[in-house]
Design a protein around this ligand. Structure first.
Ligand SMILES: CC(=O)[C@@H](O)[C@H](O)COP(=O)(O)O
Ligand SMILES: NCC(=O)COP(=O)(O)O
Length: 239
C-alpha cells in the first residue's frame, strides 16, 4: 500500500484569497502529519498564486515526515530547491493561465534540458521525480535522464467520463507503473484523486506514494483537516 503525500497548496489558496496570514500552510502541515500524512507536498508556482517562498522555507524547518517540493524546471526554482533542500523535488509543467496542472511534463521533447536540471538537483543530494503521463516513451526518457522517481499523472483516470474509460485508464497506469519499475524507476502518482477513486490506484502493485491535495483540503473545509487526512488513509486501503 502506498504512502500518502498531502498537498497543502489549497490551504494557501484560501489565505491568498485575502492576501492575509490565515490559514497558515505550516499549521496545516503539522496537523496533517499528526493525522497520519506520510509526507507533505507543496507546489511553489512561478505566479505564487498559493504557496509562497516563505511557506517553503518554514516547511523545511517544520516538516517531520518528508517534504516534496513541486516546481517547474526553471533556473529560479532550481536555485530555490538547492537553497531549501527538500527531501525530494517533483518537476511539473506550468502555464500561468492554467487553472491547475493539465498534464505531464514532456521529457521526450526536452530531454537534454531536463537532464541538466535532474543532474544539478540529484548531484546536490535532492532526488527528483518527474510528473509524467503514463506513456512508454515518457517513462523511458525519464529513466534515460536518470530521475529516481516518476509521478504518474492520474488526471485522465480521475476525469474519465464513464466506468469503461476509467478502467481503461487504470490499465494504462498499471502497465506504466510496471514498465517504470522494470527500468529501475520508483513510482508515485497523483492529480485529481478523490476519496471515491483512490483505492484502485493505491492498489497498483509497486506504487510508492500518492500525492493528494484538492480533495483532502475540500473535505477539511467541512470536517477538519485531521479527519480528512485520516479518512483518506482509510480510503486508500479501501475501508
Ligand atoms: C502536479 C499536480 O497535479 C499538482 O500537484 C499541482 O500542485 C496542481 O497544481 P495546483 O495545486 O496549483 O492545482
Ligand atoms: N501531484 C499531485 C498533487 O500533489 C495533488 O494534486 P491534487 O490532488 O490537488 O489534484
Amino acid at each position: 500500500m502506498p504512502t500518502l503525500g498531502v498537498n497543502i497548496d489549497h490551504i494557501a489558496t484560501i489565505r491568498q484569497a485575502r492576501r492575509t496570514v490565515e490559514p497558515d500552510p505550516i499549521a496545516a502541515a503539522v496537523l496533517a502529519e499528526l493525522a497520519g500524512a506520510d509526507g507533505i507536498t507543496a507546489h511553489l508556482r512561478e505566479d505564487r498564486r498559493h504557496i509562497q517562498d516563505r511557506d517553503i522555507r518554514l516547511l523545511r524547518e517544520t516538516v517531520r515526515t518528508h517534504l516534496n517540493l513541486e516546481m517547474a524546471p526553471t533556473d529560479e526554482m532550481v536555485a530555490i530547491a538547492l537553497e531549501v533542500k527538500p527531501d525530494y523535488v517533483t518537476l511539473v509543467p506550468e502555464r500561468r493561465e492554467e487553472v491547475t496542472t493539465e498534464g505531464g511534463l514532456d521529457i521526450v521533447g526536452q530531454t537534454e534540458r531536463l537532464a541538466k536540471v535532474v543532474d544539478r538537483l540529484q548531484s546536490a543530494g535532492i532526488p527528483v521525480s518527474l510528473f509524467i503521463d503514463a506513456e512508454r516513451s515518457q517513462i523511458e526518457a525519464s529513466a534515460k535522464i536518470q530521475a529516481q522517481f516518476i509521478e504518474l499523472h492520474t488526471g485522465t483516470y480521475a476525469e474519465a467520463p464513464d466506468e469503461a474509460s476509467r478502467a481503461a485508464e487504470l490499465e494504462v497506469l498499471t502497465h506504466g507503473c510496471q514498465w517504470a519499475l522494470s527500468l529501475g524507476l520508483r513510482v508515485n502518482a497523483g492529480h485529481g484523486l478523490t476519496y471515491w477513486n483512490v483505492y484502485p490506484v493505491a492498489s497498483i502493485p509497486g506504487m510508492e506514494e500518492l500525492n493528494i491535495g484538492h480533495t483532502i483540503i475540500s473535505r477539511a473545509a467541512l470536517v477538519g483537516l485531521e479527519r480528512a487526512v485520516r479518512e483518506m488513509k482509510h480510503a486508500m486501503r479501501g475501508e
